[in-house]
Design a binder for this molecule. Structure first.
Ligand SMILES: Nc1nc(=O)c2c([nH]1)NC[C@@H]1CN(c3ccc(C(=O)N[C@@H](CCC(=O)O)C(=O)O)cc3)C=[N+]21
Length: 288
């Protein structure tokens, strides 16, 4: 039997409806959740993503600001903008779209964002809190993956999860979140010999490599849940995941489509992080 293709649209719209409701309640209490997105330069893909984020925000009844800066903007100017957003009470979440032009240090930028407004969970303090299981923002893509697994009713505890890729934004935090759900976690990467031998042991396989259609059926155990984090643009202009969907379809039990699942779920967690930050802002007003 072919795998069940996870219905990302349905999962995402259910989550966003819930966020919208909570945002409306918060707005009624006097705090409309607000997200600011900064984008530097004119990478066309980044502009598509930023537009999607702003649109999702508005549809959820949140306030949204997009700051489009030209590629030549100095690092100091970006830092000054972040500082003003840190002080701005209308803004609860800040995201600086990566990649940034080479003359701007991603590290400096991320560390300039107020810890409590870090909508991506990229700030070192939030990354540390994530490691030790303290409350705080969730890393958007990995938290979206966990939400998808829960939504299909998959019991993560005790399962062997294999994460392919070790980036700071997906692979590493993904491993931490799966551990938190009591999975047994293995991370494989470009220096792993015989990768397929290991991925074939996975009950849950999360592909976050950034190479189109790299994961074939020989990487997948029959009945595994395959989550495809990759978003690669092919020469044809079409999007493809890291997983060769057609090749794996008859082997997996569940599979996420690209586009239409992990990407929109990532944006949904971004909204959730902004909402939670706004809740904390309201709470701290009440407490003073
Ligand atoms: N500070 C920062 N935070 C990010 O979260 C961040 C970033 N920088 N830089 C770039 C990546 C990429 N990313 C995507 C989010 C959603 C879709 C998404 O919704 N994709 C649609 C397709 C969109 C299309 O047609 O291109 C889908 O998968 O269905 C894609 C990519 C967030 N990123």
């Amino acid at each position: 039997m072919p795998a069940q293709v996870i219905n990302g649209k349905e999962i995402v719209s259910a989550y966003r409806a819930q966020i919208k409701e909570e945002a409306a309640q918060l707005t009624q209490q006097g705090v409309q959740p607000g997200l600011a997105v900064i984008i530097v330069g004119d990478d066309p893909a980044s502009h598509v993503y930023v537009r999607n984020k702003a649109k999702a925000c508005e549809e959820a009844g949140m306030y949204s600001e997009v700051h489009q800066l030209e590629a030549a903007t100095s690092e100091a100017d970006v830092l000054a903008l972040i500082e003003s957003l840190n002080q701005n009470p209308k803004i609860h979440g800040i995201l600086v779209q990566s990649p940034l032009p080479k003359h701007i240090s991603e590290e400096k930028i991320v560390e300039a964002i107020a810890v409590h407004k870090d909508a991506d969970c990229f700030h070192p303090v939030n990354v540390g809190n994530l490691m030790i299981g303290k409350e705080g923002p969730a890393p958007c893509t990995p938290a979206g993956v966990i939400a998808i697994l829960k939504k299909i009713g998959y019991d993560i505890a005790g399962k062997h999860a294999v994460v392919i890729g070790r980036s700071n934004i997906v692979g590493k935090p993904m491993a931490i979140l799966l551990l938190r759900e009591n999975a047994t976690v293995t991370v494989v990467h470009s220096k792993t010999p015989n990768m397929a031998e290991i991925t074939r042991q996975a009950d849950i396989l999360v592909a976050a490599v950034g190479k189109a259609k790299m994961i074939k059926k020989e990487h997948v155990k029959p009945g595994a849940v395959v989550i495809d984090v990759g978003i690669n643009r092919l020469d044809t202009g079409k999007l493809a995941g890291d997983v060769d969907f057609d090749d794996v379809l008859d082997t997996a039990s569940y599979i996420t489509p690209v586009p239409g699942c992990v990407g929109p779920m990532t944006i949904t967690v971004l909204l959730r992080n902004t909402l939670e930050a706004a809740k904390r802002a309201l709470q701290s007003q009440v407490n003073v």
